[in-house]
Ligand binder design. Structure first.
Ligand SMILES: *Cc1c(COP(=O)(O)O)cnc(C)c1O
Length: 387
């Protein structure tokens, strides 16, 4: 049987895969089983921050694998401690909890917010406000946090304690806070799965001010927007706000599973012995990978991300068949005249792998995608949109 037949026979049918089997790659170019090459404009959904099989990343991973691949959190290992230190020094946050995914990073954020509120404001203060059109993960609790009801329907009852308000609407937030005892507000500064929709500067600042005045925690979900993706280390840094909790995952370890929940001053000591845990969380190989990735996301790299971003905006805005381009840094949502599924398929034909989000074309290329490769991909996308 072919891999496609075996997949449909043995792998749970949750993914409607494209008819492409990738066997290897280097940087931003991947190769399929027939030897056809593609420019990778999705980087595993914003995961392979420095591309496929990047030499520096690979060295960090293989060096750590040769030493110790896992020990559990019963003992100290250096990479997780170094990574926590690096994350705190780069953000001003105080403590880090490590897990394996974005959903788990958000679960931890939610648990911290609930415990903090229960201790400080009483057991009835547990509601977390999130935004409509948000995406926070697939576990029952992070699904409940996700402000898109179509994800909820098949899995009732979800974890209670979440209220969704429309993004950009401060009055709706004030009303939600008047009607419920709010522990935290959780936002994606740029709604990724929701179609790469940045929140407005005014709204994020007003929201941050409001939660501060009302002793409510601010959680920013930086699972997709974090680790250099938006041209700053974390997306909230574009907005001049200071979250109390930051969750991240996707691009953090450059292609290995790692989630991190960063805890600010107010909540740094909320978690005590036994309050939370993870068998794989803080795994030395994943953390060594993340140390390598984070140490390379410096000012020069971030400036490059912003330059390439400008190039993509300039090239695609006003292009034939393109209605609008939204996003920030190397995170783009492109509304096309033709249905996005057609665009994605035509791009595959022409050797470019793109993502979609809702009804938009979504691009999340590697942060270090070479300019000539980016130009080639953009020219294919332009051509396909214009057809
Ligand atoms: C992808 C994503 C998640 C979920 O991450 P997983 O690693 O798939 O659990 C959560 N929040 C946001 C904003 C995401 O983009």
């Amino acid at each position: 049987m072919s891999i496609r037949e075996l997949d449909s026979a043995f792998v749970a049918g949750t993914y409607n895969r494209f008819p492409v089997e990738i066997v290897r790659g280097k940087g931003s170019v991947v190769e399929d089983v027939d030897g056809k090459t593609y420019i990778d404009m999705g980087s595993g959904i914003g995961v392979t921050s420095f591309g496929i099989a990047d030499d520096t990343w690979r060295q960090a991973v293989t060096d750590q694998i040769a030493k110790v691949q896992h020990m559990s959190n019963l003992y100290y290992t250096e990479p997780c401690v170094r990574l926590a230190q690096m994350l705190c020094e780069k953000t001003g946050m105080k403590k880090v909890f490590f897990s394996n995914s974005g959903a788990e990073a958000n679960e931890c954020a939610i648990k911290v917010a609930r415990k903090h509120a229960a201790e400080k404001k009483g057991a009835d203060c547990f509601t977390i406000v999130t935004l409509e059109n948000s995406f926070h993960g697939r576990t029952l609790t992070t699904l409940a946090a996700t402000g898109q009801t179509h994800y909820h329907e098949l899995f009732q009852p979800l974890t209670p304690g979440f209220v969704h308000v429309p993004a950009g609407d401060m009055d709706a937030l004030r009303e939600a806070a008047a009607a419920n005892k709010i522990a935290a507000v959780m936002i994606e500064c740029i709604q990724g799965e929701g179609g790469v929709v940045p929140l407005s500067m005014d709204y994020v600042q007003a929201l941050a001010q409001f939660v501060k005045e009302n002793d409510i925690l601010l959680i920013t979900d930086e699972v997709q927007t974090g680790n250099g993706r938006t041209g700053k280390l974390y997306a909230y840094m574009n907005y001049g706000v200071e979250p109390d909790i930051v969750s991240t995952a996707k691009g953090l370890a450059g292609g290995l599973p790692l989630g991190a929940t960063l805890l600010g001053e107010k909540v740094q000591n909320v978690l005590g012995f036994g309050d939370h845990g993870s068998t794989f969380g803080g795994n030395p190989v994943c953390c060594a990978a993340a140390c390598s990735i984070l140490s390379r996301i410096d000012d020069a790299l971030l400036a490059e991300v912003r330059e390439k971003s400008d190039y993509v905006f300039r090239s695609l805005q006003n292009a034939d068949g393109v209605e609008s381009v939204s996003g920030m840094g190397l995170m783009f949502g492109i509304r096309t005249t033709k249905p996005v599924a057609e665009i994605v398929s035509a791009c595959i034909e022409k050797g470019v792998l793109c993502l979609s989000a809702k009804d938009k074309l979504r691009l999340l290329p590697a942060l270090n995608i070479p300019m000539d490769v980016l130009r080639q991909a953009v020219s294919v996308i332009k051509e396909v949109c214009a057809l």
